[in-house]
Design a protein around this ligand. Structure first.
Ligand code: ZN
Ligand code: ZN
Ligand code: ZN
Length: 279
């Protein structure tokens, strides 16, 4: 049996049996919903899936007819939802155990983030499996006014970044993985004055992990997308790259907290890796 829960623990579930496929989905909607480079999903039949707690805490956002996305209203974690053909779509980042799924693939690579590269040998599908490709992704132009723009999946919250990104970490810590229900987050850091909300700031909700010194999740209450966090204490702004609409022209500098990385994920980017936070 496999169990899972959101970051705050309100929503929890268990699965008797998972299907034997894990998809890293690079579609724009997954990138926004997870505020990450990609969303990773496995699936089960509804009969093998049961909620343990917090079903009443779940908010749905219908990104497409086929796929009502679900997230915890308290902490913003993406949680499982039932998709059009009746199966449960389960974000792997929120599982407590290694699902030990043999068949993994990248899907919707046509929509891949320009700042993320796929370096492993897994099959790549243009959209849903059925078509396999291997092509260099075209470079997308940077924004023209020197600012970076970002928004949530529903579009009601938008922001701009006006100062250079100083550093970009792929963070593999367990909090980031649960918070975004993803293999890892990719967050850019700049000064606190470098990020301005253009609309929808009143829709944001903040969840601070009670046992954490800093860790705080900021998300859109309509769609659950992770949004930038302004931290007055450290005078920094933390930007989840998955929410960017413009190409920042750079990807991650390193992998951090790899000591607690997901057992079902492999790092193949060749970047420096640190067990915890580097000095
Ligand atoms: Zn929660
Ligand atoms: Zn997707
Ligand atoms: Zn939204």
């Amino acid at each position: 049996m496999i169990t899972g829960n959101c970051l705050c623990g309100s929503v929890s579930w268990q699965v008797e049996k998972l299907d034997d496929e894990l998809h890293h989905c690079h579609c724009t909607m997954c990138r926004k919903a997870h505020a990450a480079a990609f969303g990773s999903y496995c699936s089960s039949s509804p009969e093998d899936f049961s909620w343990q707690s917090g079903e009443d805490k779940i908010t749905h956002y219908n990104s497409t007819k086929r796929y009502p996305r679900a997230f915890c209203s308290d902490c913003g974690s993406v949680v499982p939802s039932i998709v059009g053909d009746g199966e449960m779509a389960i974000p792997v980042g929120c599982l407590n155990e290694d699902p030990q799924i043999e068949n993994s693939a990248h899907i919707f690579v046509k929509d891949k983030a320009p700042w993320h590269s796929i370096n492993d040998d897994l099959p790549q599908h243009v959209s849903y499996p059925g078509e396999t490709v291997n092509f260099p992704m075209e470079d997308r132009a940077c924004n023209e006014d020197g600012k970076l723009h970002g928004s949530c999946l529903c579009g009601d919250v938008a922001y701009e970044v006006t100062t250079p990104i100083k550093v970009v970490h792929n963070c593999h810590c367990s909090r980031c993985r649960k918070a975004r229900a993803a293999a890892h987050t990719t967050n850019g850091f700049t000064g606190i004055d470098g990020v301005t909300y253009l609309r929808g700031e009143e829709l944001l909700k903040t969840y601070k992990a009670p046992d954490a010194r800093f860790f705080t999740q900021v998300f859109c209450t309509r769609c659950g997308s992770g949004m930038p966090r302004l931290d007055p204490e450290r005078k920094i702004a933390i930007i989840p790259f998955g929410s960017l609409d413009d190409d920042p022209g750079r990807g991650a500098d390193d992998n951090i907290f790899t000591g607690s990385m997901a057992p079902w994920y492999e790092i193949t980017d060749g970047l420096p890796s640190f067990d915890e936070m580097p000095e």
